[in-house]
Design a protein around this ligand. Structure first.
Ligand SMILES: Cc1ncc(COP(=O)(O)O)c(C=O)c1O
Length: 345
């Protein structure tokens, strides 16, 4: 057992580096609810530009920004069409129903990837008997599908179907930075046609807190986004201390995401040697590990792995999730693989 466990539970476990803490300490700040915080405004403008949108607002969490995005796009009594294992379906506590009176309409897929054809076939003609569709949401990368990337062509085709049906699209891009890094395309390329886009700084980019909701002002007004955020309790005062971390991360942590992806591939390759598990083939920084040996369960093996020095989370009764990130170096991943193989094999 090592002194400090190798924490692969999530890319949210990273702690701000000394340099990021300096950026936080030196941030110029103001009251963002009263008029504006200059550092937060700089971040919002930069994010809007990076995503090819007109503007953006800083939010305390991805969940809140996702909720705001849906609330801005879908009217009460309508349906939100989205992939069946999306974050908005499983991990936001039925928020779109509770907050907005919007019904989730999950679309089953084989591999987590929504397609234009699946969206088209889920659309129903308007009759007095079925709820109307209100909006479509997509997730890139797709967490529960093991960090799968949605290619720009797929997104464009979904947007085309949405447009034809008169529906706006919300993009849950908590890990859109990873998708762009994996594809080698500008992040804006993956957001084309989305009316609202959530991106997180607290995952692969290694910030302590924060997400942005970027939006197209043809569909959404800044004042409305601000209003919805406040209603959700997300108006923050001297938020520049958090935005400074995000600006630092955009300058210093975007270009290194490929390292996390290489480390995830390394972990999966090493685990492929072990007959007791079947690892996914990671496209980004997430490895799903299926337990194949009779009698093994996530509930039983996770404490054993923790005891041996590796932390992972369950993603189903016989599935574990391991995520690589800024705070695990290649050597840590090598060691984690040794421990996983020795403990599970
Ligand atoms: C795909 C996806 N969307 C949204 C979120 C929510 O982000 P937060 O934890 O900042 O609320 C997460 C968090 O892991 C996520 O994986």
């Amino acid at each position: 057992m090592t002194a400090r466990p190798i924490d692969l539970r999530s890319d949210t476990v990273t702690r701000p580096s000394a340099a990021m803490r300096r950026a936080i300490a030196e941030a110029e700040v103001g009251d963002d609810v009263l008029d504006h915080d200059p550092t937060t405004r700089r971040l919002e403008q930069r994010v809007a530009e990076l995503l090819g949108k007109d503007d953006a607002l800083f939010f305390p969490s991805g969940t809140q920004a996702n909720q705001a995005g849906v609330g801005l796009l879908a009217r009460p009594g309508t349906e939100l069409l989205l992939e069946a294992d999306a974050h908005l379906v499983h991990y936001e506590l039925a928020g779109v129903a509770a907050n907005w009176g919007v019904q989730i309409r999950p679309i089953a897929t084989v591999d987590g990837l929504l397609t234009a054809a699946l969206v088209r076939s889920a659309l129903r003609p308007a009759t007095p008997h079925v709820p109307r569709a209100g909006a479509i949401a997509v997730e890139n990368t797709h967490n529960a599908a093991g960090g799968k990337v949605m290619a720009p062509a797929t997104m464009e085709a979904i947007v085309a179907v949405a447009r034809a049906a008169g529906l706006p699209v919300h993009l849950d891009g908590a890990r859109l930075w990873n998708a762009a890094a994996a594809l080698g395309v500008p992040v804006a390329r993956l957001a084309v046609g989305a009316a609202t886009v959530m991106v997180s700084f607290s995952k692969g980019l290694g910030c302590p807190v924060g997400s942005c909701l970027a939006f197209a002002s043809s569909t959404v007004e800044r004042a409305r986004v601000s209003e919805v955020r406040k209603r959700l309790g997300g108006g923050m005062r001297q938020s520049g201390v958090l935005s400074a971390a995000a600006l630092y991360a955009l300058d210093h942590h975007l270009d290194r995401l490929a390292e996390d992806h290489a480390n995830a591939r390394l972990l999966a390759e090493r685990l492929a040697e072990c007959s007791a598990v079947r690892p996914s083939v990671p496209e980004t920084n997430i490895v799903m590990i299926d337990l194949t040996r009779e009698g093994d369960s996530a509930e039983v093996v996770i404490p054993r792995l923790a005891q041996a020095g590796v932390l992972v989370v369950p993603f189903g009764p016989r599935r574990l999730r391991a995520v690589t990130h800024l705070d695990v170096a290649r050597a840590d991943v090598e060691r984690a693989a040794d421990i996983l193989v020795a403990t599970l094999g």
